[in-house]
Write a protein that binds this ligand. Structure first.
Ligand SMILES: [Zn+2]
Length: 437
């Protein structure tokens, strides 16, 4: 463990320890953040004493990404939530916003040091050690993943940055430099193994012994993980971050039983029901959306920020000694489809279909027939077949039945030949809206 005192602290003690920094952060928000001063006043809170401590957090309003965007102006391009003077900001990341205008994520030196610590905890959890040769494939550019790259340096790894969309160079570097680990998205790990085999390179007998997968859900799905581990002869662990809160905020350890929370002392998180907004207890197996609150952020602190990440919680003791609850992300609340009042996550469908390997290869594509998240059954599902496999009616029926039994949704299965569904080297899209009317 990088920070044993913190990482092995009992979770109840962590909650008690977080109360004082939370109260200080609230006072800081009221004095430094115009966005939160206005928002909390509108919610009926004039001062820190009325807001109270962590035990009372449920009464406070959530923060939505769109609210932050709405306060941007020419005079204040970051937004009214900027809470530190521009002169004290040492890094400004940006996101590739869907509206065409980027959102900016500012960090002070103290913020950057915290993010670096958080990322370093996550990468250490995966078992990486100083001197390990790791190839990264993130085109960090303007994105917060840049702090993940800083963490690789801080941990003393032999970091070989290759970036995305550069498969040829990656395979050559992997062989020549005998890389021991790869950091990439799970869909790219799959794609890369296929490309390697086409070039006569057997990934299983390569020098790569660890895959650290991030950037999209999937690496923790049992079938996807088993496939990647078999293809690569390597151990697969997951990591996950969120731009507005911290890079690489969660990291899975070598026990491979979901991702530990690496943001202790810096970030508080809650699990909520995305529809009612109620806080859910962190029980083993609980599912819900993650909501985050910074405890000591300077440049852009967030209070009850809705992540839209939908997760499953694991709480049993972990052999690594880390005591935080663990999570596995099963999709975005935004990606959720509702089929005859049943909530369906595209990644959950992929997980069920993935169990049919090698008859199937892993990639799927959901093709909704109408616009919007409410769909009528059967839901059209394109399933890619495994290499040299035939799409029989018996296989289609078996997949339909398994999805109905596990996810309570009726599907229509259409097979696609091996290699025909897109494999992006960044985030793979599981829902294709081109047939929606
Ligand atoms: Zn662990």
């Amino acid at each position: 463990m990088l920070d044993p005192d913190s990482e092995s602290r009992p979770w109840a003690a962590q909650q008690r320890a977080d109360d004082a920094p939370y109260r200080r952060q609230i006072a800081y928000l009221l004095s430094h953040s115009e966005f939160y001063r206005v928002k909390l006043q509108a919610a009926g809170y004039g001062g820190a004493s009325e807001i109270g401590g962590l035990a009372d957090i449920a009464k406070l309003p959530f923060t939505e990404k769109d609210e932050l965007r709405a306060t941007r102006s020419d005079a204040e391009p970051i937004g009214a939530h900027r809470a530190a003077p521009m002169r004290s900001i040492v890094r400004i990341f940006s996101t590739s916003g869907t509206t065409g205008t980027p959102s900016y994520i500012p960090l002070t030196a103290a913020d950057h040091a915290q993010w670096l610590r958080i990322s370093s905890r996550s990468y250490s959890a995966s078992g990486l050690k100083a001197g390990d040769r790791l190839i990264s494939t993130y085109n960090a550019g303007p994105f917060v993943a840049g702090v993940g790259l800083d963490a690789m340096h801080a941990l003393g790894l032999c970091h070989i940055p290759i970036g995305s969309g550069n498969t040829e160079r990656l395979l050559i570097a992997m062989q020549q430099l005998k890389a021991e680990a790869l950091a990439l998205t799970p869909s790219y790990a799959l794609h890369l193994a296929e490309r390697a085999r086409e070039r006569g390179i057997d990934p299983q007998s390569s020098s790569v012994k660890r895959l650290i997968v991030a950037g999209e859900p999937g690496g923790g799905e049992p079938a996807m993980r088993a496939r990647l581990e078999e293809l690569w002869g390597a151990k697969v662990t997951e990591a996950m971050g969120i731009g507005d809160i911290a890079a690489t905020l969660w990291g899975e350890c070598e026990a491979q039983d979901s991702m530990h929370f690496s943001g202790r002392d810096f970030v508080h998180f809650e699990l909520i029901d995305p529809e009612s907004g109620d806080i859910l207890p962190l029980d083993d197996g609980a599912t819900g959306e993650l909501v985050y609150t910074h405890l000591a952020r300077e440049a852009a602190p967030m209070l009850r920020f809705r992540s839209r990440d939908h997760v499953v919680v694991r709480t049993g003791a972990c052999p690594c000694g880390r005591t935080s609850p663990r999570i596995r992300c099963i999709g975005r609340t935004d990606d959720m489809l509702i089929v005859r009042s049943v909530n369906v996550f595209p990644a959950a469908i992929r997980e069920v279909v993935g169990a049919f390997q090698p008859a199937t290869s892993g990639p799927i594509s959901i093709r909704p027939r109408k616009k919007g998240f409410r769909q009528n059954p059967p839901l059209k599902l394109v399933v890619e077949l495994g290499e040299g496999q035939a799409g029989t009616e018996a296989l289609a029926e078996a997949i339909r039945n398994r999805i109905r039994e596990t996810l309570l949704v009726g599907t229509e299965i259409v097979f696609a030949s091996y290699g025909s569904l897109p494999r992006s080297d960044y985030k793979s899209k599981l829902v294709d809206w081109s047939e929606a009317e």
